[in-house]
Design a protein around this ligand. Structure first.
Ligand SMILES: [Zn+2]
Length: 168
């Protein structure tokens, strides 16, 4: 996996690159069951991680979610795996049990997922080309919230404004 600053990070490809097995939940349970769950609670299930018997990780995502949502959710699961978080809390989704992490680990995973999907250098690349947030959202298949969040926490907009002022 060799990406340039202008290239889009695909979270499923990233997960497979780091050795995970990625499956759509639609391959494991009937899609109607997923639809029923979503009708019951829209945000009940985004993605989750399992430890496989061969010590690899499996990531299962909900195929009913939007592409930006899936990108974000799968990257979040990859972040947990890369950070070697211990899956410590047992949760249930219908008849399926899965493990989740504590609050601090959730924050760490959220931060790393953002860095993986929209690294600082990639964001600078796009903003230097005067792309709007909407264009970045579209090109990189990310949510508006994710792009806004990365612009805020990286401080790149401010950095570029200062360097533009210096040049003029
Ligand atoms: Zn998490």
């Amino acid at each position: 996996m060799c990406l340039e600053a202008g290239d889009r990070m695909d979270a499923v490809a990233l997960a497979e690159h780091v050795g995970c097995v990625v499956r759509s939940a639609g391959e494991l349970v009937h899609i109607e069951k997923l639809r029923a769950l979503k009708r019951l609670q829209d945000n009940a299930f985004f993605a989750c991680t399992f430890e496989l018997p061969d010590h690899r990780h499996g990531i299962v995502f909900n195929p009913l979610m939007s592409d930006p949502r899936r990108n974000s959710d799968v990257a979040h699961e990859v972040a947990h795996i890369l950070l070697k978080h211990r899956l410590s809390r047992l949760e249930h989704l219908g008849d399926v049990a899965f493990l989740s992490c504590d609050k601090q680990q959730e924050e760490e995973a959220g931060w790393l997922a953002g860095c993986l999907l929209l690294p600082r250098f990639a964001l600078i690349n796009d903003l230097k080309k005067r792309m709007t947030h909407k264009t970045i959202v579209k090109n990189r298949i990310l949510s508006e919230e994710m792009v806004g969040y990365r612009v805020r926490v990286t401080g790149v907009a401010r950095q570029l404004a200062v360097s533009r002022r210096k040049r003029s």
